[in-house]
Ligand binder design. Structure first.
Ligand SMILES: Cc1cc2nc3c(=O)[nH]c(=O)nc-3n(C[C@H](O)[C@H](O)[C@H](O)COP(=O)(O)OP(=O)(O)OC[C@H]3O[C@@H](n4cnc5c(N)ncnc54)[C@H](O)[C@@H]3O)c2cc1C
Length: 80
């Protein structure tokens, strides 16, 4: 397994950090919110109770629903 993948699967050592927003849950909603905040210059940290391996291996979506497409399309328009 490549070292970069190993690093992702290794739980981080407990440490303190400062952030503007804490997002509970690393599902699609939490990941998109973190991305939108980062684009707006707002730092965030995602707190996920499952392991990285669990999150990456579980099935979450095969197709994008219209609601998700609308959010991303509107966001893109807003950015221009
Ligand atoms: C088999 C399957 C197939 C699907 N296919 C599609 C599809 O094709 N298209 C589509 O649009 N949608 C699909 N969905 C639905 C889609 O997966 C959900 O709509 C989407 O995952 C919801 O995202 P979410 O971030 O709101 O919640 P979740 O994906 O449930 O993420 C929430 C996260 O928060 C974490 N969490 C919860 N409580 C805590 C806590 N107290 N502390 C820390 N972490 C916490 C959970 O571990 C989880 O990782 C599918 C769902 C399943 C199960």
């Amino acid at each position: 397994m490549p070292a970069s993948v190993n690093a992702m699967l290794t739980p981080p050592k407990p440490q303190s950090l400062r952030t503007q927003v804490a997002i509970i849950g690393g599902g699609p909603a939490g990941l998109l919110l973190s991305h939108l905040l980062a684009n707006a210059g707002i730092t965030s940290v995602i707190i996920e109770r499952q392991t990285a391996a669990h999150v990456m291996e579980r099935i979450r979506a095969g197709v994008l629903e219209q609601g998700s497409v609308d959010i991303l399309t509107n966001y893109e328009k807003y950015q221009k």
